[in-house]
Design a protein around this ligand. Structure first.
Ligand SMILES: Nc1nc2c(ncn2[C@@H]2O[C@H](COP(=O)(O)OP(=O)(O)OP(=O)(O)O)[C@@H](O)[C@H]2O)c(=O)[nH]1
Length: 363
């Protein structure tokens, strides 16, 4: 008798969602660092056209496709996402699990719908992980009741930034989340440090031979560069209705400067940021003696941190910022950032002007 055909294992596709700044990239980087022998393919969706998330993940994984400038959740049809999933599920990529990091304004149910509608037989929907910012959840939920729905459909809720709240707030939040999504596991975590086994089966690490080398970002990317262009909702003339989407009311403002940025002027800008400007992320180059390294910057609501790190060899010294907010005056914000630029011929500020920045620095 002929043996029954062995079912081909399908690659689970996990959606990693959560509101702006909740800690999705941090969690994804944690997973990538702790994946053992499991090869993770990542799809990263930045809201702004400067791909800050993609840059923050790229160093950790080489099997990644990146989609900037708009929410993947409102791609008109599924072919764009299918293209990404096809690349990552090619046998040569030897990927075990695919994680889609949604933009902080994406509608997870739309992404799930797209995965379920995919023609790709090599993949299977692997669940929704919703990251919740423990410190901001109450305020965010009040502004965006839609978030309740995201939590309700999650398969796993990560109550992130647990380090920023006390025991009582934690108990209250756990009770609230249990009410929103009865029966769904909720895992408190700091800096996204969850056990990867909660999301996928981890394989023991193989020896790093050429044969099992991860596909390089370029391998995947260069094959079809055009595929990496996102569908920008702001330019959407397809008649699809995104008005109920979280991102409908938000806009992103980008700033790039090859000239160094003046630390005092930047701190003045940051200290006076308007309330509607919920999220700032990117990298800053101050160029001041003793502080020439790369400063990642993150603002989430009132929270502000700089993270000094090294520039990659030959990396261009650039300041690249994405600001995301609603009801903000984009022109005024752009003008404010322009004032931070050190103009050609202007002497660089002295070292002590970095103090304002260093107060918010975290190693
Ligand atoms: N205190 C604290 N900060 C955290 C934690 N997790 C993430 N952060 C910080 O929160 C900020 C935002 O984290 P990201 O991982 O970039 O958040 P994100 O959800 O990917 O952000 P968007 O892509 O803009 O929606 C960064 O400054 C992180 O270092 C945590 O558990 N505790």
């Amino acid at each position: 008798m002929e043996a029954p055909p062995v079912a081909k294992r399908q690659i689970p596709v996990i959606v990693l969602a959560g509101f702006l700044g909740s800690g999705k990239t941090t969690l994804l980087n944690h997973l990538l660092g702790r994946s053992g022998g499991t090869r993770i393919g990542a799809v990263v969706n930045d809201f702004g056209s400067i791909e800050i998330d993609a840059m923050s993940v790229a160093g950790q994984v080489d099997s990644m496709v990146s989609l900037g400038n708009g929410c993947l959740c409102c791609a008109v049809d599924t072919s764009e996402l299918d293209g990404f999933l096809d690349k990552l599920s090619r046998p040569a990529a030897r990927i075990d699990v695919i994680v889609i990091e949604a933009s902080g304004l994406a509608e997870p149910q739309e992404l799930i719908r797209m995965i379920l509608a995919s023609d790709n037989k090599d993949i299977v929907y692997g669940g929704l992980v919703e990251v919740v910012d423990a410190a901001e959840f109450a305020a965010t939920r009040a502004r965006h009741p839609e978030l309740d729905r995201h939590v309700a459909i999650a398969d796993l809720v990560v109550l992130n930034k647990a380090d920023r709240i006390g025991d009582e707030a934690r108990r209250d939040l756990l009770a609230e989340l249990a009410e929103l999504s009865p029966g769904t596991p909720v895992v408190p975590a700091s800096y996204g440090r969850v056990d990867p086994e909660l999301l996928f089966d981890r394989k023991p690490r193989e020896e790093d031979t050429a044969a099992v080398r991860q596909l390089s970002f370029e391998d995947l990317h260069a094959a079809d560069e055009d595929d990496s262009h996102g569908h920008d909702c702001h330019d959407c003339h397809d008649g699809c209705d995104h008005s109920g989407h979280l991102h409908a009311a938000y806009e992103s403002i980008e700033f790039v400067s090859a000239e160094p940025v003046d630390p005092r002027r930047l701190m003045e800008f940051l200290d006076s940021r308007p309330e509607g400007l919920y999220r700032i992320k990117g990298f800053v180059y101050f160029g001041i003696a003793g502080h020439k390294h790369k400063f990642a910057v993150h603002a989430v609501g009132d929270f502000l941190r700089f993270y000094p790190s090294s520039w990659a060899r030959a990396e261009e010294r650039l300041t690249q910022l994405v600001l995301i907010g609603r009801g903000v005056d984009a022109g005024a914000l752009r003008a404010g950032l322009e004032r931070c630029r050190v103009t050609p011929g202007e002497p660089l500020a002295e070292e002590h002007t970095m103090w304002g920045v260093l107060r918010y620095a975290q190693a």
